[in-house]
Design a protein around this ligand. Structure first.
Ligand SMILES: *Cc1c(COP(=O)(O)O)cnc(C)c1O
Length: 236
């Protein structure tokens, strides 16, 4: 793990990047929030970030996440599930998380709705969109977003907040801009159809600026805050 003061310094740097991107494209920095992706990093790393004012954390691996959530339950943190959803994990996701960014099936939506503990507020949901049309990528095709969104919006224990994407490898700036812009258009179309969505979860370290310029409201940053992940991941 990096030293706590290094995590604090990294966090400050990322915040400055967000701020300067917002300024360059005329956006209010308060409209872009930072999700600190803490997967593979220990409880102490999350605590260091919290001491520097970070309260939203993203996790991909359920068992690891639950251990951290339990250890830090006295802190006012929000936990965002950003990993691949498996049907046998939905009950634990519904019980422990505040947000899910990676929903891409009606079946999982129904399970999360049915399994959300009644004493908790509705689970915040983003539909993951496969905007790059890559076979390997999770997410629904653009053409299916509207119907899935409408169905999710009807589940009372879920609160549909918006859309999420992981774009093509960001080596082609033009393609990246196109993908992020289509995400923004999709969100606008859903809102025109009567949904009330406020979240576009897109942008990681390498494509932060392009995502913000296109309208991202949540950027998901791990390595630039917490350093390299030591463990090799079976399902990154
Ligand atoms: C791991 C992960 C991130 C953060 O990636 P870094 O390269 O560590 O910044 C963002 N979004 C998702 C969906 C991830 O799985």
């Amino acid at each position: 793990m990096l030293k706590p003061q290094q995590i604090v310094a990294n966090l400050e740097k990322v915040r400055q990047q967000i701020h300067s991107s917002c300024q360059q494209c005329g956006r209010d920095p308060a409209t872009v929030s930072l999700l600190a992706v803490s997967k593979t990093h220990p409880v102490a790393a999350v605590e260091a970030a919290y001491q520097a004012g970070q309260t939203a954390f993203g996790e991909n691996y359920l068992q690891e996440a639950i251990a951290k959530i339990d250890a830090l339950q006295d802190l006012p943190l929000t936990w965002h599930f950003i990993g691949r959803i498996q049907s046998n994990k939905t009950r634990a996701i519904a019980a422990h998380f505040d947000w899910v960014h990676t929903l891409s099936s009606l079946k999982h939506a129904r399970r999360l709705h049915e399994q959300r503990p009644p004493q908790l507020p509705p689970l915040n949901i983003c539909v993951q969109v496969n905007i790059s049309h890559e076979d390997s990528k999770a997410g629904v095709p653009e053409t299916e977003v509207a119907s899935l969104a409408a169905q999710i919006a009807a589940f009372s224990n879920l609160r549909l907040r918006g859309l999420m994407t992981i774009p093509a490898v960001p080596d082609d700036e033009h393609r990246l801009q196109g993908e992020f812009t289509r995400m923004r258009t999709l969100l606008d179309e859903l809102n025109q159809q009567g949904l009330q969505l406020d979240t576009l979860s897109m942008g990681m370290s390498a494509d932060l600026h392009t995502a913000i310029a296109a309208g991202s409201t949540v950027v998901r940053i791990g390595t630039a805050i917490f350093g390299d992940r030591e463990r090799k991941l079976e399902n990154p």
